[in-house]
Design a protein around this ligand. Structure first.
Ligand SMILES: Cc1cc2nc3c(=O)[nH]c(=O)nc-3n(C[C@H](O)[C@H](O)[C@H](O)COP(=O)(O)OP(=O)(O)OC[C@H]3O[C@@H](n4cnc5c(N)ncnc54)[C@H](O)[C@@H]3O)c2cc1C
Ligand SMILES: NC(=O)c1ccc[n+]([C@@H]2O[C@H](COP(=O)([O-])OP(=O)(O)OC[C@H]3O[C@@H](n4cnc5c(N)ncnc54)[C@H](O)[C@@H]3O)[C@@H](O)[C@H]2O)c1
Ligand code: SF4
Ligand code: FES
Length: 809
């Protein structure tokens, strides 16, 4: 006779436990499941995808009714257990069904915490926990426009993204001063806010809700500071509380949740708990990875014959990733600094990348990654193994983006023991073995066979890479999509824009089948650049697709102030400009003036709302110090005063800077002109470096003085200034048209080859002429961005006025 096993809770942790039992000892138990919800077991995690329109409710079913039938699991849906008699070992459901058990598992999950606010019972105030909540939001969006999400944590932000996709206006109310404060530190939280604001969310930080207003239905919410906002829907996402009422009534020991030991045993014989309703060593987890580990341990324990000792559950290092398209965020372990910790940080504001690795006693104990999460599997592995890093260099712990070959998938260098799918605890070795031993050829087969990618789906790209890698298709040859929103490469997107005559970012995403409505911080700026490059005359720049510095035409500093860098053509200034700079510095209390390597003066520490006034008072043009465009043309003093100079380096530098300023390029471009090979202007490490030699000019290209130091290649030697200008025109236009967005000239030339560049530009005279013509068209449409804003009150309002989002009452 089979033993009788009853499961209370038809959710993710409970059913995973049954799956593990069926794997280990399929004939051991006769199983009965009671579920409060009227559905078979589904993937709660993917409710975010249903709301965001990426999946249908039917797509997220994990085990359909056939599965229960096949494994002879008796299922009672929509029928919660209301009583447990632990003496007689009988459960009773709401419908009156009674069922004897030999073993009983509580897997009742959590309830969303609903703030006990006056008015919280009004129609239109809901949580986000189950299919019903999801359906309510979708229905509401058909008749109403305004939504408020209370809580700027993982759930709140995923709900907000979904509501935006449903075309609602979304205000997120958050109690802390930056988003996801339980998972992120302040810089990452702020970067996240900027990204989500660009996607259309509005945030109200440090706000405490006092009351929900409205007659029967919600009409607005009021805050404790007296302000309020109107809304038609309130979604509360302020955390969860383990669902333990039934357990308490049944005499189980509870604290925050049902207290269990390392074998998921409660204080009552033959009664176990797994999932969010269980508390192990003082922790009740709220993510699936640890819950699945618990399920495995419990299955192992109750399938093991007498007197065998299994290792038991030891607790988990948890990590989180936000499932909002276009936002790469990763957080794991103890990521906050304290006196015992030290941190390695990388913060690239231009690319929107932030990485922090926290180290204590020579071990990585926590990490936060924003914008580029490729290092996450490796860091997690280091944390899980407690790897001693005393002999590792900082670069080995956090390799810079540029130092790794971006064409090689990270799976190629991963160890077999490294985890590919965190949710399901599946390692690279497990997947490779399954692929080779069972001849798997698709991600879906890998999922069925190993569980990898079966939960949040975040590891799908890695699984796909591993599949390609293991089945022998060289990973380096696989085409590299522009970003996670599309399978198309940069080149394919540009070709489609040209062929289909696409004009707007959203049109590009719609027509080319993007898998998200808004795109992400990788594809949006790239598409915006490509549209402008393809049709420089008609294109209307989409400033919302630009990074913060380019949106406000100044460089943001770590304290939130900005740096203003006016243009000084060829590094030449005069007393009038210097006087103006001094006056502006005094008037706006500018704390630091600094002469830069690009031969101009930086004004540091300007408040955002002062920027247009500072530009107006200076009366100088923008130096583009923030732009993917020509930055500076550095010049040596040359023939005017230097005894070695035989050429007019200053004159040529000024002419070049005036000719090419404000032209958009895939990445920043720097130039320098030196009037003799002594090279005082450092022409050898610029994108375009010009050196005067006996009666001629040498043009060096693709030099770089930054992270990837690279000496420029000699491209040609010409006699006149006009020839230099034409050659740079043609080269730059070829770079504009063929480089990938964010590819510096140095990387571009290395990719396509110097010989190729010489062939298409210098040897093909027709092409040379055509490139110059197209460059001239693009140049005909440039404007000084500062002047445009200084002359337009509307633009100043839109970009620089502090926005008043609350309605004062
Ligand atoms: C929108 C959303 C997105 C999420 N995204 C992620 C993510 O990306 N990554 C991640 O790791 N986690 C995520 N989570 C959390 C994850 O879904 C949960 O940690 C997981 O579902 C918990 O599993 P569980 O089985 O403990 O509880 P549940 O899945 O909640 O299952 C418990 C079930 O028990 C039922 N039940 C309760 N009481 C009774 C009773 N008396 N009788 C019968 N049945 C009962 C409930 O109705 C419920 O169906 C997300 C959660 C939500 C809501
Ligand atoms: N991608 C993911 O991994 C994912 C996605 C969704 C949900 N989840 C899980 O689901 C559970 C619920 O998520 P959650 O985001 O609700 O929980 P949470 O506890 O992580 O976040 C709740 C947030 O609400 C804020 N808050 C609390 N009181 C508030 C108030 N009165 N007003 C405004 N803000 C307030 C908190 O500051 C906190 O940031 C968690 O266990 C979470 O891990 C995970
Ligand atoms: S590069 Fe030559 S010409 Fe120019 S300043 Fe130096 S020494 Fe003089
Ligand atoms: S990491 Fe979530 S499914 Fe693999």
């Amino acid at each position: 006779m089979k033993e009788k096993l009853v499961l209370i809770g038809n959710g993710m942790a409970g059913i995973r436990t049954l799956e593990e039992i069926l794997k280990k000892d399929p004939d051991r138990y006769s199983m009965t499941v009671f579920g409060e919800e009227p559905h078979p077991n589904y993937n709660r995690i993917l409710l975010s995808s249903v709301l965001q329109g990426d999946a249908d409710v039917n797509d997220i079913v994990l085990n359909d009714y056939d599965w229960y039938a096949k494994h002879q699991v008796s299922l009672h849906t929509g029928d919660p257990v209301v009583k447990v008699d632990t003496k007689k070992q009988i459960v009773t459901s709401a419908s009156g069904t009674q069922c004897y058990y030999d073993k009983l598992i509580f897997a009742t999950g959590s309830n969303p915490f609903m703030l006990p606010l006056p008015g919280a019972d009004k129609e239109g105030v809901i949580a986000f926990r189950n299919i019903k909540d999801c359906e309510t939001m979708i229905e509401t969006s058909k008749n109403y426009k305004k939504a408020v999400v209370i809580g700027g944590g993982l759930l709140g932000l995923e709900a907000a993204r979904g509501l935006l996709n449903l075309n609602m206006e979304v205000n997120v109310i958050h109690i802390a001063d930056f988003l996801m404060e339980r998972q992120l530190d302040e810089p990452a939280g702020k970067m996240l806010r900027e990204e989500l604001e660009a996607q259309g969310m509005k945030f109200h930080l440090k706000k405490n809700t006092e009351k929900i207003i409205g007659k029967n239905r919600v009409e607005g919410i009021r805050f404790t500071d007296g302000t309020s906002i109107d809304t038609d829907l309130v979604v509360m996402a302020v955390g969860i509380r383990p669902n333990i009422e039934l357990a308490k009534q049944s005499g189980l020991k509870t604290d925050r949740a049902i207290v269990v030991n390392d074998y998921m045993e409660t204080n009552v014989p033959n009664v176990y708990a797994v999932g969010e309703c269980a508390e192990h060593r003082g922790i009740a987890y709220g993510l699936v990875a640890p819950l699945y580990e618990q399920g495995k341990v419990l299955a192992e324990h109750i399938c093991t014959r007498e007197n065998t000792i299994t290792p038991g559950y030891q607790g988990s290092i948890v990590y989180t990733q936000l499932k909002v398209s276009g936002v790469d965020v990763f957080s794991a372990g103890k990521f906050q600094d304290n006196e015992q910790t030290k941190a390695i940080r990388v913060h690239d504001e231009f690319e929107g990348i932030y990485k922090k690795v926290v180290v204590q006693d020579n071990k990585v104990i926590g990490a936060v990654l924003f914008g580029d999460t490729a290092d996450s599997p490796r860091l997690l592995q280091m944390m899980r193994e407690g790897q001693d890093i005393s002999n590792m260099s900082k670069v080995a712990i956090l390799p810079s983006e540029n130092s790794s070959d971006s064409k090689v998938s990270p799976v190629a260098t991963m160890a077999d023991s490294e985890t590919i799918c965190g949710c399901n605890g599946v390692s690279k070795g497990d997947i490779c073995t399954a692929i080779t031993e069972r001849g798997l050829t698709t991600v879906e087969e890998v999922k069925q066979c190993t569980n990898a990618s079966r939960s949040c789906g975040g590891c799908k790209p890695l699984v796909a890479d591993l599949l390609a890698f293991t089945t022998g298709e060289a990973v380096t040859n696989t085409k590299e999509p522009m970003c996670g929103c599309t399978d198309l490469t940069h080149e394919e997107v540009v070709a489609e824009i040209r062929e289909l005559g696409l004009s707007y970012p959203r049109e590009v995403m719609n027509v080319l089948g993007w898998n998200s409505d808004e795109g992400c911080s990788k594809c949006r700026p790239a598409i915006n650049y490509y549209l402008g490059m393809v049709d420089p005359i008609k294109n209307k720049d989409d400033h919302t697709s630009r990074f913060i510095n380019e949106r406000v035409h100044a460089n943001i500093n770590h304290n939130g102030t900005f740096t203003v860098v006016p243009r000084m053509y060829g590094g030449v200034t005069n007393s009038e400009q210097l006087r103006k700079i001094a006056d502006v510095a005094d008037k706006y209390n500018i704390p630091l003036l600094k002469v830069t390597g690009g031969q101009r003066i930086d004004l540091f520490g300007v408040e955002k709302e002062d920027l247009p006034k500072v530009w107006g008072d200076l009366g100088m043009r923008s130096g583009s110090a923030y732009a993917k465009a020509l930055r500076t043309v550095k010049t040596c003093v040359g023939e005017q005063f230097c005894r070695f100079g035989t050429q007019d380096s200053i004159g040529l530098g000024i002419e070049l800077e005036k000719k090419f300023e404000y032209i958009n390029t895939p990445h920043k471009v720097k130039m320098a002109v030196s009037a003799c090979p002594r090279n005082c202007a450092e022409s050898g490490i610029k994108d375009f470096g010009i050196v005067g030699v006996e009666g001629a000019w040498e043009l060096y290209v693709a030099g770089n003085g930054g992270v990837d130091l690279r000496r420029g290649d000699l491209f040609c030697k010409v006699k006149t200034k006009e020839e230099i200008i034409d050659t740079i025109s043609a080269f730059m236009q070829y770079y504009r048209e063929n480089a990938r967005y964010l590819e510096r000239t140095s990387h571009f030339v290395e990719r396509v080859g110097l010989d190729h560049m010489k062939k298409v530009i210098l040897e093909d005279k027709e092409n040379f002429k055509a490139l110059i013509e197209r460059m001239d068209i693009a140049l005909s449409n440039r404007k000084d961005p500062w002047k445009e804003i200084v002359d337009s009150e509307e633009k100043q309002k839109e970009l620089f006025e502090k926005k008043q989002v609350e309605v004062m009452k």
